[in-house]
Design a protein around this ligand. Structure first.
Ligand code: MN
Ligand code: MN
Length: 314
């Protein structure tokens, strides 16, 4: 029997370990199918901070989630051995050093045949994670849900920040540009080309107004067809893709975003892709003292878990 989350019927939800869904905490990813990893940092952000508290709060809110996805039939814990390995020991006084620490950490993690589901942390974390992922899998397809394209060349002269991740990933060949899908882009830009330059590299960009008021199931189907069932895919989910009405606890909010049901149906539509890892980033609990943003993030992480290859349906 694979690891199971502690049931709310066996131990009160507010008790027990502070792991994701109260799964066992482990020291090593050996033998696991899925490992939850926290990356508590916010020194890559450009506006509001606070994502250093993201992993702790997302884990805390995840205690509400039950193991069976009765809406879709997914039963992830029936087949996948999952656990929480805790947090990456980043250097909170040094961003560049933290990026090195994260890559070294994931290089070791990925010596095991495990899929990392990472909880940020600001979006900077995705660059060092992708460096490790690409070492193992080669250039991956990318499903990137975000209000922002995060393709700036630099910010204050810095090449590695939460706003430059996907330009670096493109330059370094970590991703297959024709198989990059950026979904939910909106807001204002520094130049008129902010959302079009990356399309010249091959990126597929879906602006938020194109999907306002629509089901995202057809878009997910189009993405599945475009990427195909075999190519390794990394999913990076920036919580600010949601409208601030649904997810106010984030660093760089933009109005006019996705609804929670759109986010759920989009992730559900990714089932069938060869997802090799994912992250959920930019949850800043101090900006949402209700906990709703962290609660939403925890549930979206469960949605991602539920569409991983090998998850049975009942
Ligand atoms: Mn982002
Ligand atoms: Mn963003």
């Amino acid at each position: 029997m694979p690891n199971q989350p502690i049931s709310g019927n066996d131990l009160a939800r507010f008790a027990g370990p502070g792991t994701f869904m109260r799964l066992p905490q482990v020291e090593s990813a050996a033998g696991l199918d899925v490992v939850f990893v926290g990356i508590p940092m916010d020194h890559g952000t450009s506006w509001r901070s606070g994502t250093r508290f993201g992993p702790k709060e997302v884990r805390s809110e995840s205690a509400m989630i039950r193991p069976y996805h009765i809406q879709t039939g997914a039963a992830p814990f029936d087949a996948l051995d999952c656990a929480d390995i805790g947090d990456v020991p980043i250097n909170t006084f040094n961003l560049a050093d933290s990026i090195e620490i994260i890559t070294a950490y994931y290089d070791e993690l990925l010596t095991h045949d495990v899929k990392p589901l990472s909880i940020g942390g600001d979006h900077t974390i995705t660059l060092p994670v992708l460096r490790s992922i690409a070492k193992k899998h080669g250039p991956v397809a990318l499903v990137h849900v975000d209000a922002h394209a995060d393709v700036n060349d630099e910010m204050f002269g810095e090449k590695e920040t939460h706003g430059t991740v996907f330009r670096r990933a493109y330059e370094e060949g970590l991703i297959s540009p024709e198989h990059v899908w950026q979904v939910g882009l909106r807001g204002t830009g520094y130049t008129a080309e902010d959302f079009t330059e990356a399309q010249g590299w091959g990126f597929n960009c879906v602006l938020a107004p194109e999907i306002w008021h629509k089901s995202l199931t057809p878009l997910a189907e189009k993405i599945r067809t475009s990427i195909g069932p075999d190519r390794p895919v990394y999913v990076t989910y920036d919580i600010d893709s949601l409208d601030p009405a649904y997810a106010p606890g984030t660093g760089t909010p933009e109005i006019g975003g996705l609804t929670t049901p759109q986010a759920m149906e989009f992730i559900r539509g990714l089932r069938g892709l060869n997802i090799v890892g994912a992250d959920l980033v930019e949850v800043s609990p101090p900006y949402d003292l209700t906990g709703n943003t962290a609660l939403t993030a925890a549930n979206l992480m469960f949605e991602i878990l539920s569409v991983l290859p090998g998850v049975p349906y009942r």
